[in-house]
Design a protein around this ligand. Structure first.
Ligand code: ATP
Length: 303
C-alpha cells in the first residue's frame, strides 16, 4: 500500500444550464454544459484506522469533517464497492470556495475517489468510478472527467465536448454561500406564480457547443445561459450589481455560475482576465476574486 497519495480536482462553471421539470425522484431534468477551470482543491490520503477527515484553506470553517463531508461518503462507497475496509486519514486543502456554485464538494469527492483507489490498490475501472461518483452527487462525475462536457439527466450523464481553445475567466464570489436546493426551490416558485415562464422545454445546447468549437471568446460570450440565474438574483439581489460590475469592468459577458453566488466573467484573453480581476477586487462586492483559465482536466493524481 502506498504511504501517501495526493490528488486534485477542479472547480466547474456551467456555461449553459437549462432546468426542466421536477422529476418524480425530486431532481430536475437538466441540460448543462460543464466547463472545468483552473481552481483546484487538493486531497491527500494516508493509511489509517477507520476514517478521519480534516479540512484547511478557503471556507474550511463551514465544511464538515464528519460523515456529512462528501469525501467521507466517497471513502465509504469506494470501500464497500471494492470490498476493503474504509481505513484512511484524509486531508482536504480547499482553494474552491464552499457553497459557491463551483462544485467544490464534488471536486473533493472526485479527488478522494482517485486518491483512495490508488492508496488501497483497488484498481476500480473508470466506468465503475463514474457510477460511484454519480451516487455521490450530480456534479461528481464531471469533477472526475473535467474538460468540457454536456450533462443530461440530473447532470450525471456526460458526453465530452470538443473545445478548440483556452478561455480566461474571472470568478467573483459575491457574499456567503447560497444553498443549491433553495435556489431550485425559488425557480419552482417563480415558475408556479408565472413570474418566470414555465418549463416549456429545455433550451438547446447547440449554440454554446458551436461557440466552444469555433473558439473566439466573443462567440462564447453570446451563448452563455443559466436558468438558475433569475432565482439566484431573486434570493440575492446584490448579484445583479455584481454582474453589472463585471460587464462594466470590461468582461465580454458575465453569468451566475450554477446556483451562485459566484459570478463567472469571461475575459478576452489572459491579460484581460488579470486586469478584470484587479478591477473587480476593488469594487467591494466580492469576498474573493480569482482569474482562472480552462478547460482543465478532471480529478488526477499529483506527483
Ligand atoms: P453544488 O455542487 O450543490 O452546486 P456548491 O458547489 O454550491 O454545490 P459545495 O462547495 O459543493 O457547493 O458545498 C455545498 C455544501 O456541501 C456545503 O455547504 C457543505 O456543508 C457541504 N459539503 C460537504 N462536503 C464538502 C466538501 N468536501 N467541501 C465543501 N462543502 C462540502
Amino acid at each position: 500500500m502506498a504511504g501517501e497519495v495526493v490528488a486534485r480536482a477542479p472547480a466547474k462553471v456551467n456555461v449553459h444550464l437549462a432546468v426542466g421539470p421536477l422529476r418524480p425522484d425530486g431532481f430536475h431534468e437538466l441540460r448543462t454544459v460543464y466547463f472545468a477551470v483552473s481552481l483546484f482543491d487538493t486531497v491527500t490520503v494516508r493509511a489509517g484506522e477507520g476514517l478521519a477527515v480534516s479540512v484547511t484553506g478557503v471556507d474550511a470553517d463551514v465544511v464538515p469533517t464528519d460523515r456529512r463531508n462528501l469525501v467521507w461518503r466517497a471513502a465509504v462507497l469506494l470501500a464497500e464497492h471494492a470490498g476493503v475496509r474504509a481505513d484512511a486519514t484524509i486531508a482536504i486543502a480547499k482553494a474552491i470556495p464552499a457553497a459557491a456554485g463551483l462544485a467544490g464538494g464534488s471536486a473533493d469527492a472526485a479527488a478522494a475517489l482517485v486518491a483512495l483507489d490508488a492508496l488501497w490498490g483497488t484498481r476500480v475501472s473508470r466506468t465503475d468510478l463514474h457510477l460511484l461518483a454519480a451516487q455521490l452527487g450530480s456534479d461528481v462525475p464531471f469533477s472526475l472527467l473535467g474538460g468540457v462536457a454536456l450533462g443530461a439527466g440530473r447532470g450525471e450523464q456526460l458526453s465530452p465536448v470538443l473545445a478548440r481553445t483556452r478561455w480566461h475567466w474571472v470568478l467573483g464570489i459575491a457574499g456567503e454561500g447560497l444553498s443549491t436546493p433553495a435556489v431550485y426551490g425559488e425557480l419552482d416558485r417563480l415558475r408556479a406564480t408565472g413570474t418566470l415562464p414555465g418549463d416549456s422545454g429545455l433550451a438547446p445546447t447547440d449554440p454554446v457547443i458551436a461557440a466552444l468549437r469555433s473558439g473566439p471568446p466573443s462567440a462564447l460570450a453570446g451563448a452563455l445561459a443559466n436558468d438558475l440565474q433569475a432565482p439566484a438574483l431573486a434570493l440575492r439581489p446584490e448579484l445583479g450589481r455584481a454582474l453589472r460590475a463585471a460587464t462594466g469592468a470590461g468582461a465580454l459577458a458575465a453569468l451566475v455560475s450554477g446556483s451562485g453566488p459566484t459570478v463567472a466573467a469571461l475575459a478576452e484573453d489572459e491579460q484581460g482576465a488579470i486586469r478584470l480581476a484587479a478591477e473587480l477586487a476593488g469594487v467591494g462586492l466580492f469576498r474573493t476574486v480569482r482569474a482562472v483559465r480552462g478547460p482543465v482536466p478532471g480529478a488526477r493524481l499529483v506527483g
